[in-house]
Design a binder for this molecule. Structure first.
Ligand code: OAD
Length: 253
């Protein structure tokens, strides 16, 4: 087990990155934290410390109170529209320019990777910017919405095809992940040489299996997180610090 508590990147990880033919960057809410976006499980500041996921992030919750759920996601969508990519998102783009192949897999529903310049991002938990009909799944184009606070309820728009309610395009608890993205993510994890797991608590399945899949296939795995992450294998490292500080250090020659 190896754990580094300083901002020095272990030479074995830098060597592995230099030799790598395929790098996977697997991200969670922490990669967007320095853009001012709340994580879910950080004590006090995390969204699930302040809001009840059972009232906001399940299909049953949406059917029970569509305006509460739609209003909450509209509030988050508007915060995300104002957020900007941070040095972590930008470092991932630069890393992609230095290695033969780089795959970004994210659990985030924001578009900060894309706005920084990452291409073909695999969104395992959907996108807050792609709502669709709850009933017929027809995509819905969002227009300007009133300025929201997290206390505002807002009735969801109505589908022009079937008169169903429009729902956020995110994956809720109890729902299946998008199959194509999930299979592509598993394949990338099984075929990469280095996987960087950035800003995720690693507790939500099935996404949480991804670093373990890479390890099992012989890749190096580095966890980048202000919290020390448990490491159980010789090729597993915990780099303790903020993503926006640590990821740029991986670009050194
Ligand atoms: P969590 O909120 O569970 O974990 C965020 C992680 O980011 C924590 O381990 C923090 O220590 C870490 N972190 C905080 N600031 C950071 C920084 N500046 N740099 C790097 N890391 C930092 O978020 P996720 O693991 O993404 O699902 O949560 C997984 C899923 O649970 C989410 O996609 C969401 C949620 O319920 C759905 O919405 C379906």
């Amino acid at each position: 087990m190896m754990r580094k508590n300083c901002l020095q990147v272990p030479a074995e990880l830098l060597n592995a990155l230099h030799k790598a033919k395929h790098v996977v960057v697997f991200t969670g809410a922490g990669v967007s934290a320095e853009s001012g976006v709340s994580t879910f499980r950080d004590a006090l500041t995390g969204l699930w410390a302040r809001f009840d996921p059972l009232q906001l992030a399940t299909p049953e919750a949406f059917l029970a109170d569509p305006a509460l759920v739609w209003g909450w996601y509209e509030w988050r969508r508007q915060l995300l529209l104002k957020a900007q990519p941070n040095p972590a998102h930008h470092a991932i783009v630069k890393l992609a320019q230095r290695v033969p192949k780089l795959t970004v897999i994210t659990q985030n529903v924001d578009d900060l990777h894309e706005r920084a310049g990452s291409a073909d991002v695999l969104h395992l938990h959907g996108s807050i910017f792609n709502p669709r009909c709850f009933t017929c799944t027809q995509p819905y184009v969002l227009t300007h919405a009133p300025e929201m606070s997290h206390e505002h309820a807002l009735a969801p728009p109505i589908c022009s095809h079937c008169q169903g309610m429009i729902r956020p395009g995110v994956v809720w608890f109890g729902e299946a992940l998008p199959q194509v993205a999930l299979e592509a993510a598993f394949t990338a994890a099984e075929n990469c040489d280095v996987l960087l797991s950035v800003g995720t608590s690693g507790v939500v399945q099935p996404a949480a299996q991804i670093p373990a899949l890479a390890l099992r296939s012989g890749a190096w795995v580095a966890h980048i997180n202000p919290e020390a992450m448990p490491c159980r294998q010789s090729r597993e490292l915990s780099l303790v610090g903020a993503a926006g500080q640590i990821l740029p250090l991986l670009l050194q020659d």
